[in-house]
Structures are given as C-alpha cells and as structure tokens.
Design a protein around this ligand. Sequence first.
Ligand code: ATP
Length: 334
Amino acid sequence: MTLPTAPDSAAPAIEVRGLRKSYGRVEAVRGVDLRVAVGEVFALLGPNGAGKTTTVEILEGYLSRTGGEVSVLGFDPSRPAIKGRILSGLAGLLPGMGQRSQERRFKERIGIVLQSTGVDPYLNVQETINLFRGYYPDPLPLEDVLTATGLAEQRRVRVRKLSGGQQRRLDVAVGLAGNPDLLFLDEPTTGFDPSARRDAWEMVRNLKQLGKTVLLTTHYMDEAEHLADRLAIMVRGKIVAEGTPAELVRRGGATTIKFSLGTEPPPVPRELAVERDGTDGRYTMLTDTPTESLHRLTAWAVEQDIELEQLSVSSASLEDVFVELARAAGEDES
Ligand code: ATP
C-alpha cells in the first residue's frame, strides 16, 4: 500500500497496521494495529519490555520498522535512524540540516517530549521556550505555551532552579513550542510527588483543550484512567486490549462485596454464595449483578436483625484488568 504523503484532516492522527520490529532475534513488536483520532489523548500502557518505546520511536521517525504500515499525520515516518531523538527532532528543521522537505514538514507537526530533554540550565524558562520557538516557522505564542504548561509564574526563573516537576513541564513546553498537532509524551509523571502529578495531569488536559492529539506512555493505571480518552495495553510486543478506560474496566467483570458479622455470626444461607476469609473473618461475595446481590444480602441481614459491618462494594479497577491481561498473555506464550 502507498501511504499518503500529505496531511488529510479527515484521517486519523495515527494509523498503524501489522507493525513489527525485531532487534536481531528479539521480536520487540509483533503485529500491532493502532488508530488514534485527531484531538484524542491516547495512552499506551504495558509492563517493562512490552515494546511501547519501540512502537513510539517508530511513530516519531527515530527507529525504522521491520514490517507493517505506519501513517502519522498522513506521513510515513520511516527513514534511516538519526542518533539521539532530540537531534532527530530538530535535524529536519535547522538550516542546512534538512535534506527532505517532507521530513521537515513532518517534524514541524510533531512534538517529542522525552523523560529528560537536557536544556541549558542557565537560561530562564522564557528564554528556553523562545529558543525552541525560533526553530519553527509558525510557533505557538509564548503566552500560550506558558499557560498550557502552568509555567507563567516561573517565566524568569533559571532552569536549574526549577523543581523536578517544573522541569518536566518545561520539557513539555519545549515540545509544544513549535505548535505541533501531535505530542508524544514519554512517561510524563515518573518520579513525581502527588501534587506535581496533579499539575502534570492538568497540563495534559490543557493540551487537549488546545486541540492537540497526545500519545502518552505510562506505567500508572490511574494516570491512564484520568487522562486517556482511549488506551491500549501492550504485552510482549502485542496489543492485548484497547478501548476507553470505562470499557476496559467493564471487561474486569466481577464486583466484590465485603462485610463482617461481629463475634457471633449467624450461618449465612448458601444461596447468597458468600465465602469467609480465614485470616480476617470477613465475608466476600463476587457478583456480576451487584444491585441484585446487595438487595438479597441486605434483605437477609434486615430479616436477621443484624448489622453488616465494614460493608464495602468495589468494582474491578483498571489495575486489576491490567494485571489479569498481562498474566493471561504470559500464560498463552508459555
Ligand atoms: P519499558 O517500560 O521498560 O520502557 P517498553 O515497553 O518501552 O519497556 P521496549 O523498550 O520497546 O519496551 O523494549 C521491547 C523489547 O525490545 C525488550 O525485550 C527490549 O529488551 C528489546 N530492545 C529494546 N531496544 C533494543 C535494542 N536497541 N537492541 C536490542 N533489544 C532491544
């Protein structure tokens, strides 16, 4: 198939079919299909070594692929690898370095945010953003970059004096400077304290409001659950599940109802299908119909005139689904 060479506004931001990548004998990516719509925040999740970075680096144009079809903003990013992803990002833009106008147009429309960009520690925030804005023909206004990344108050602070969380937001500001349509965020909150994470999440929401498409990789389920419109879980080079966070949580199935019955518990009728935990003495019901199960349980308790102590009802979390999928995918291969 010949992929289009010019952007098409009706097309998805990213379309991948049958993507494969081998490093020698290691098959890192083994037939991945992905579709990310324009304006969507899409999260790629997976355990260590799943192939996330390899996939993202192929989409960014940094790594060549072994097989499959890839379209990013209507471009095929494949080309010989250039050492260093930041250099790769700028190589098509700097005067004298751009060899192909198509590569240049592609680089102008994507923003790559690495875990550490390595900007000059002696420049201040504003100078750093303006430096990168200068590489692009149609950069995002400085104020928009500062507002989206929550760095307006730090605009005159030197990079070396920023907190870890603020430095990561500056990395995003650098990725945003050229006003890209698509931003790649690599583990945007790894190592953050809870408040810095909340700030970073706010920033990703700002990026979405600016109309940007965002592809992020993360190890944190709650991050994907909060931020992603859709997500894909990758295990051992394959996508094992894809959908909205709510759809994936629903796949987790059973709801867990737990309660205690005090020191002299009456016998619980068998039809309630309750199990007692030998360690803490609590009772557990697993159910796919929580409303009906709760109704039967509470009706029985009222009839017995007993209190269901420490009563809790919890649905499967994205983390439960993730762990189960990773386990099942591992078993399939062994
Ligand atoms: P992490 O969450 O740890 O960053 P990941 O999902 O990003 O992991 P990749 O870094 O894409 O996974 O690695 C996928 C597989 O490819 C792993 O088995 C890894 O060891 C292997 N791999 C990655 N880069 C290379 C390389 N340059 N040479 C050989 N093998 C590699």
